[in-house]
Write a protein that binds this ligand. Structure first.
Ligand code: AMP
Length: 281
């Protein structure tokens, strides 16, 4: 496994792989790898000849009062885990390499970011779209794999790839969960043991919502009220949003008429957790 921090070296490696007639799969991450990341790497490994993992805690997707500095990091462990997962190259640039002096170009979508996480994190998706564009241009993959846990991010990337003709196949991977249902996330490391137990309320509320829909409930308001009740039973929990929306546009739905995305962002203490589930009538 190669560890590459220089973007020209990464681009040259990819070019050499392509010239050999091989295909490249790419999994972009912010590191502190867990089973969720590993499931995407496994998918990438099965689809292509050459597997690239990037680890970059991208400053442009964090707002001024967010957890950029506190974001958990463990390079040594990540490298070991990546090697075991069959990664061929880890691309791990530093901030200077990605955003040099006088950096001034950003990729911004006009609709999808004005929903869900984009409302409480106004620069987030601009930062995501920009860094993923840069990573795609450096790594030049045939296929890239993203987690459905970040549903809105996956939608943004798919839209951007279509609109800007990247010619890269985007694949979504299902959310990997802890035994109690909590979606795996590098940010789970912030939770105290008590909060960690309480955090299962998000998954519980998603399942309750599916049960209500399966029993014939159509009213988004009724479903979301039940979800709020379950989540707010947790001491110190604060709902950023709990929404039912159209999975394609992310517009709110008032009555369930087909598959609907239930999306949650909840703060437990200082830790913001997100989760989602497509509810099927
Ligand atoms: P991150 O390092 O959190 O930026 O995530 C990198 C990639 O892993 C993104 O495509 C995420 O959607 C994906 N991911 C994060 N958590 C999970 C999970 N629990 N299951 C599946 N994919 C995940």
């Amino acid at each position: 496994m190669e560890i590459i921090s220089d973007k020209a070296a990464m681009a040259a490696r990819s070019e050499a792989v392509r010239l050999e007639g091989k295909t490249i799969a790419f999994v972009p991450t912010m590191g502190y790898l867990h089973e969720g990341h590993l499931s995407l790497l496994k998918k990438g490994r099965s689809l292509c000849d050459y597997l690239v993992l990037s680890i970059f805690v991208n400053p442009t997707q964090f707002g001024p009062n967010e957890d950029l500095d506190a974001y958990p990091r463990d390079e040594e462990r990540d490298q070991k885990v990546a090697r075991e997962a069959g990664v061929d190259a880890i691309f791990m640039p530093n901030n200077e390499m990605m955003y040099g002096p006088n950096y001034q170009t950003y990729v911004a979508l006009e609709k999808l970011p004005y929903h869900l996480c984009g409302l409480s994190r106004p620069v987030h998706f601009r930062g995501v779209a920009t860094v993923v564009t840069k990573l795609f241009n450096i790594v030049r993959p045939h296929t890239a794999i993203f987690g459905e846990k970040d549903f809105q991010q996956l939608a943004v990337i798919r839209q951007m790839v279509k609109d800007l003709d990247f010619g890269i196949e985007i694949i979504g991977g299902p959310t990997v969960r802890e035994p109690d249902g909590l979606a795996m996330s590098s940010r789970n490391a912030y939770l105290t043991p008590e909060q960690r137990k309480d955090a299962a309320a998000l998954y519980k509320s998603l399942n309750q919502a599916q049960e209500m829909v399966s029993a014939g409930e159509k009213s988004a308001a009724a479903i979301l009220e039940k979800a709020s009740e379950t989540i707010l039973a947790v001491p110190g929990a604060e709902i950023d949003y709990a929404k039912l929306c159209d999975p394609a546009t992310l517009d709110d739905v008032e009555a369930i008429a087909g598959p609907a995305l239930m999306a949650l962002a909840v703060k437990i203490g200082a830790t913001r957790l997100i989760d989602n589930k497509v509810l099927e009538p």
